[in-house]
Design a protein around this ligand. Structure first.
Ligand code: SAH
Length: 331
């Protein structure tokens, strides 16, 4: 599909259910009737960046900042393996409070648990990314957030769009299974730009795409802004699935937060991944990138059970392997 064709579908709401069905069929054909679960550890909310939409940006003085130490991260990772997760995602703000050596040591020790490891630590240098890879990290998530450069600059006054793009190409080049994605419904974000976003995903040949609606956080400059729309986010996601049949796509927490059943809708419209939260309960409220996050709390057996039932009700089973993206080519 070219930009014009993508846009036509994005603008036509009369075909939404056909679009979602098509994406669902393609996901089932190419990735199977299987959902991958990833255990998410939000190990630090320390951040030096000022992304206007994000509740833990460095300007928000109300945030209680924390960084889990190595032992805490490892015990959390071990707990995740005991709960059955085959992939752990380590996510944080973009701080420089965890040294490269420390990060590499954490990566090496987590890999001893015989589990796939995804990192989501923001923009780093090529040397840092390489050190993570050499230590055993398998995957990296770095959303481009939007490919509209002017909007990118507005939303990231301290950001450099070209650097973020370069980071993604560097991650691919280093052999990471590479994930990116966007926010949907940022102030001033135009429908045209989602078509460009999708074509960017394709050009990068991303292995995973995560996207979700923007949700206004009341301690940010965007507190008065309108929230993003679930249907539009699902449309961008479904089109991404159709254009990139083999990639992994999570049903994101933002989708469930903006609308109850958002997760199910996503799993019926092309998504094949869910990322329950394994961050210790006493600190996870401080990782408030947007308010009232409705993630699956893996520490609560009832929530994990409910998710498993939801997945079964869709005719899917839960993967018992690492869930490598079928798009990923070993380097
Ligand atoms: N520091 C890391 C992780 C960022 S948090 C990095 O730069 O990659 C993970 C994602 O949450 C972000 O990439 C962003 O797309 C999303 N996010 C942040 N604030 C949000 C908000 N208010 N509403 C919806 N999603 C948000």
């Amino acid at each position: 599909m070219n930009k014009k064709e993508i846009l036509k579908i994005l603008k036509d709401d009369s075909i939404n259910s056909a679009l979602f069905d098509k994406a669902d069929k393609i996901r089932r054909k190419e990735c199977g009737n299987i959902v991958h679960l990833r255990g998410l550890i939000e190990f630090s909310n320390v951040c030096g960046r000022n992304c206007l939409y994000c509740g833990i940006n460095c300007k928000n003085k109300n945030v209680v900042r924390y960084t889990m130490n190595e032992d805490e991260i490892l015990s959390c990772a071990k707990n995740a393996t005991e709960l059955g997760f085959k992939t752990i995602v380590l996510q944080s703000g973009e701080g420089d409070n965890v040294s490269l050596d420390k990060m590499c040591s954490i990566i090496e020790k987590i890999k001893e648990l015989n589990i796939a490891l995804t990192l989501s630590l923001g923009e780093k240098t090529k040397e840092e990314y390489k050190a993570y890879k050499d230590s055993g990290a398998d995957r990296y998530l770095l959303r481009i957030e939007t490919t509209d450069e002017r909007l990118y600059k507005k939303m990231h006054p301290d950001g450099d769009f070209k650097n973020r793009v370069n980071c993604l190409y560097t991650l691919k080049e280093l052999g990471f299974e590479t994930g990116t994605g966007v926010l949907v419904g940022l102030p001033y974000q135009e429908i045209d730009s989602y078509a460009d976003d999708i074509l960017f995903f394709k050009k990068l040949n991303a292995d995973m795409i995560g996207l979700g609606p923007f949700i206004a956080h009341n301690q940010t400059e965007l507190k008065e802004a309108k929230n993003g729309d679930l249907t539009l986010a699902l449309k961008v996601m479904a089109l991404t699935r159709i254009i990139m049949p083999k990639i992994n796509i999570p049903a994101t927490t933002a989708m469930e937060t903006i609308e109850k059943n958002g997760r199910i809708k996503a799993l019926k419209s092309g998504a094949n991944v869910v990322m329950p939260n394994v961050t210790p309960e006493n600190i996870k409220e401080n990782y408030s990138i947007y308010p009232d996050k409705k993630g699956v709390d893996a520490h609560r057996a009832s929530e994990l059970d409910k998710l498993k039932k939801e997945i079964a009700s869709l005719g899917d089973s839960i993967s018992d392997d690492f869930g490598v993206s079928k798009n990923y080519k070993y380097q």
